[in-house]
Design a protein around this ligand. Structure first.
Ligand code: ZN
Length: 414
């Protein structure tokens, strides 16, 4: 029997599909799911204080092992008492393994991975004009720091060591990230390699946990890869579900990562959740658009993270029930109304579109702060409403009503 089984309970289900509501218990508090987990990459949600994140209803924050390893160093965060205490965040925290950043920054794509499945498949895929900064071998990944070019090496054991130092409640196994551009043969190899790395993560996580019995318990999630292939996704999930640590325990939960064709998100996630145990939490990495959140929740995932709400906010894009628009556009100059009518966020309660528009035009830092508070609240609230709708048996109605109204005015999706 694994203690982790008591960490998560399903409290309600969506009729006719795999979606559910539940509660994820961590040493720093309980997360009611489904829940959106805002990203605090370098131990801060950019431009916003942790207190404001708590006020806007964020239940947990996700930081990044790669960035914190490079700066200020995981040992320093450990010395400070762990990630939550270091950043003065009282609630649960997640860290991702660093695999995504090591590999996505390493192949020169920067923060946006090209997921165009229509392009030619190649395993040497790399952004034009960029030097390949990451090299994957069976044991791990060697990469150059994006900060100063210094060389580093991540292995499953190194990633576990860093994430234990950081001390987040939910941590992720070190996985290899592929893109939709990789060949099918490479995807197969990569899924197998990720499974072998996952076993090493389980073993190392067990060793580090036993060695520090007084530290708060950390939950290790595996990461299911397999790109857009149904057989690979299912095999990847089954392979990870079968792994055990030396004490006989499996993973505490499962992440779903890697290349996802957005149009097929619900379908692809559904293959994976179909193979995962019902009594374990599932985290979908990197989504926040309303349509994607509905599809992911319907397909049975419980938590989500994404940098998008805060990133686009700093560029003056804001979400509303009617769609997303750009606050710095001239038409908002004299709009003395909130960003979104009826929004319960701090920004909308106190400030007008005209004011935030002015701050963006004047390049004042507070512009990003106010827009971020609104966008994070929009996303957190949307997922909170999904949870309430699941509990009330009204998920399908909420989805139809919300998506019937929400229009993406940019003409293209990101
Ligand atoms: Zn608002």
């Amino acid at each position: 029997m694994n203690d982790a089984q008591a960490d998560f309970e399903v409290t309600a289900r969506i009729e006719g599909c795999g979606g559910r509501a539940g509660r994820l218990h961590t040493p720093h508090g309980t997360i009611a799911t489904p829940a959106f987990v805002p990203v605090a990459t370098k131990a801060t949600v950019k431009a916003v204080l942790p207190e404001a994140m708590a006020d806007l209803g964020a239940q947990a924050l996700l930081a990044n092992a790669y960035h914190l390893y490079l700066q200020p160093g995981a040992d320093l965060v450990a010395e400070a008492g762990g990630l939550a205490r270091f950043m003065n965040w009282p609630g649960p925290t997640f860290t991702d393994s660093g695999g995504f950043q090591v590999m996505s920054l390493g192949v020169g794509f920067g923060k946006v991975l090209s997921m165009d499945s229509g392009a030619v498949r190649s395993d040497q895929v790399i952004a034009e004009g960029k030097e390949r900064l990451a090299h994957v071998d069976e044991d791990g990944v060697t990469f150059k720091s994006h900060l100063d070019g210094s060389r580093h090496r991540f292995t499953p054991e190194v990633s576990m060591g860093i994430q234990h130092d950081l001390g987040a409640d939910v941590i992720f196994a070190f996985d290899e990230l592929t893109t939709l551009l990789n060949t099918r043969g490479y995807q197969e190899e990569s899924v197998e390699r990720t499974r072998r790395w996952a076993q090493r993560c389980l073993d190392e996580h067990h060793r580090l946990t036993v060695a520090a019995p007084d530290k708060p318990r950390q939950m290790l999630f595996a990461v299911v890869q397999g790109a857009q292939y149904e057989d690979l996704r299912r095999a990847a999930a089954r392979g990870l579900v079968g792994l055990r640590d030396p004490a006989g325990a499996g993973f505490a939960g499962y992440g779903i990562g890697g290349a996802l064709e957005k149009e097929r998100l619900g379908e692809i996630v559904g293959w994976v959740t179909d193979e995962l145990p019902e009594d374990r939490p599932r985290h979908l990495l990197g989504i926040s658009e309303p349509e994607d959140l509905f599809a992911a929740v319907a397909a049975g995932t419980d938590t989500f993270d994404c940098v998008q709400p805060s990133r686009v906010a700093r560029g003056s894009a804001v979400y509303t029930a009617d769609g997303r628009f750009n606050l710095s556009a001239a038409r908002h100059r004299r709009e003395f109304v909130p960003i979104e009518d009826g929004c319960d966020c701090y920004t909308c309660a106190h400030y007008t579109r005209a004011y935030v528009h002015h701050l963006f035009r004047a390049k004042e830092f507070v512009a990003g702060t106010l827009a971020t508070i609104h966008n994070e609240r929009f996303t957190v609230r949307l997922v909170d409403r999904m949870r309430a709708a699941i509990e009330a048996g009204e998920f399908a109605e909420l989805r139809a009503e919300t998506m019937g109204r929400y229009r993406d005015r940019r003409g293209a999706r990101t």
